[in-house]
Ligand binder design. Structure first.
Ligand SMILES: *[C@@H]1O[C@H](CO)[C@@H](O)[C@H](O)[C@H]1NC(C)=O
Length: 521
């Protein structure tokens, strides 16, 4: 009987190891644009639902309380955003572009560290304790200091996939011959001159990072974490990540290598089952019948209502001429001249709309989350990119064959309508979108389950140092085997020099003996 009870108890313990001892997790996602936090929220809430105590530093606090989940709001970061948007259109060369981005992220980092609640509840020594730090790995390096402050393992999340500076956190291998810089607008198949371009752009970004960006972050780190900064320099913290989760997947972009503690979780935010749509939206979509519906949204940063009046009128006329119904994410209550086949709303449950079989096409700005949602639900896209990786995402949609792109500034109404008609009537776009969807969905666990499983793996194995590759302890010279090349080069030079010396000696002695002979004759 006792054995039975003990056995049962041990069974229970082995089945539910994590629920019995929830961890204290500090999540730091201060980026002031909404998409990054939309991407990670379901994962953070998933951790809370599994019994972990999650404290989240972010700019978008929850409206309703959630069990095991607490916000530390940092709304001050919106000021940094206003400042950067104001200067976005000033032309810059690559170096200035990097400095411009640095200024923005330094400002965000500083704002977080200056926040009163962050200071009281996190930075004061001995005030709180955390078992794990989860940060957005996006140019806020001084915040990695919380790993040293709480002596806890640290996990990074990159919501746009990886890049060379994220690779460095875990020593990931990324040959620049086929892995382009995210902002270069290139794919994995590069021509010779594109590879030259990628090399130069990467070198500029790397130099700027080491010479300008890091010294600024080190200064912030030493200022706000003086009690740990002398023991654990920031450069070492940045090579000591337990895990990096990347919002990317080889079926969405291109195949590439990863070290064991860098894991693809592309589409982290996608819910397993679509939720029912609001009644009005469902009726509008149903009412379209087999002609179908087009969903049009420019994402959360670009507002349709702020488009130039002439562009808005062009879009309205184009939509009015279509037999399909159109859902338009439009951020104003009224839209003058709105045709009867257009339905506007300030917000739509985008993934649930894309899941609807009557929705035939997604007209999008080409943000990564929108692109992933479109692939997940097998819908073709018409991309109208505005900035950052949007050009790259639209380029990939064209390359893969499930989408087309247009320049939103210059396209004519006729071009717009014709492109929409091609995407809806040429079957290859829909077929390719469905093929991409089938490849993407064919995974052993959902991206969210994968992310939670690896997070708890790090907790179970106390930071999982056994996954850390030796690259993290090598210098730049040793990592690239420059010292070995140097040795062979040195030996080669030595041999050549010796041979030349011997030859010279030989020649000299020959000449002198010839001279001697001449003398004797
Ligand atoms: C690296 O991380 C481990 C936990 O994963 C920690 O024990 C160690 O102190 C860290 N080292 C540095 C230099 O931060």
């Amino acid at each position: 009987m006792l054995c039975l009870r003990l056995c049962f108890l041990s069974l229970l313990v082995s089945a539910l190891p994590d629920l019995l001892d929830g961890a204290r997790i500090l999540a730091i996602f201060p980026f002031p644009g909404p998409s990054q936090y939309i991407n990670v929220q379901p994962y953070l809430k998933g951790l809370a639902a599994r019994g972990h105590q999650v404290t989240s530093v972010n700019a978008f606090p929850q409206k309703k309380p959630i069990e095991n989940f607490r916000d530390i709001a940092v709304p001050e970061v919106f000021q940094s955003y206003e400042d950067i948007i104001a200067d976005l259109d000033i032309p810059k060369n690559s170096w200035q572009e990097n400095n411009f981005i640095n200024d923005f992220f330094i400002s965000v980092t500083k704002t977080v560290l200056q926040n009163a609640k962050v200071q009281q509840e996190l930075l004061q020594p001995g005030k709180a304790q955390y078992d794990l730090i989860i940060v957005e790995a996006l140019r806020t390096d001084a915040l990695y200091g919380f790993a040293a402050h709480f002596n806890a393992p640290i996990i990074g999340i990159s919501t746009f996939g990886t890049d060379w500076n994220i690779d460095e956190l875990v020593g990931n291998t990324a040959p620049i011959s086929y892995i382009p810089l995210v902002t270069a607008g290139l794919t994995d198949r590069m021509t010779y001159w594109e590879r030259v371009h990628n090399f130069v752009e990467t070198a500029i970004a790397w130099l700027n990072w080491k010479l300008v960006y890091m010294p600024l972050q080190v200064k912030l780190y030493e200022q706000y974490f003086p009690h740990v900064a002398h023991k654990k320099p920031l450069l070492e913290l940045g090579k000591n990540f337990s895990l990096v989760l990347v919002n990317q997947h080889f079926s969405l972009s291109f195949p590439r290598p990863y070290v064991p503690n860098m894991i693809e979780v592309g589409g982290l935010h996608i819910a397993h089952k679509p939720a029912p749509l609001p009644k009005e939206v469902e009726e509008f979509i149903q009412g379209a019948g087999s002609t179908g519906v087009i969903y049009f949204s420019l994402g959360s940063n670009v507002k349709s209502k702020d488009l130039p009046e002439e562009r808005k009128q062009m879009l309205l006329q184009a939509f009015a001429s279509l037999p399909q119904r159109v859902l338009w994410k439009f951020e104003d209550d009224v839209l003058p001249n709105k045709p009867h086949n257009v339905f506007i709303s300030k917000w739509f449950p985008q993934p649930d709309i894309l899941a609807h079989p009557n929705v035939k096409l997604f007209i999008t700005h080409g943000g990564l989350l929108s692109t992933i949602e479109s692939i997940h639900h097998g819908k073709p896209v018409l991309g109208l990119p505005f900035f950052y990786d949007q050009f790259l995402n639209v380029e990939r949609a064209k390359q893969s064959g499930f989408g087309l792109g247009l320049d939103h500034k210059t396209m004519t109404g006729t071009e717009f309508v014709q492109t929409i008609k091609r995407l809806i009537h040429e079957p290859r776009f829909g077929t390719t979108a469905k093929l991409m969807s089938a490849r993407y969905r064919d995974q052993p666990m959902t991206p969210q389950e994968t992310a939670i499983w690896w997070t708890e793996y790090v907790l179970r194995h106390k930071g999982a140092p056994h996954m850390r590759v030796a690259a993290q302890d090598l210098s730049f010279v040793a990592y690239h085997s420059l010292d070995v090349f140097g040795l062979f080069f040195g030996v080669g030079v030595l041999i050549l020099a010796s041979i030349s010396y011997l030859m010279w000696k030989l020649l000299c002695s020959q000449r002198s003996s010839e001279k001697q002979k001449l003398k004797h004759q």
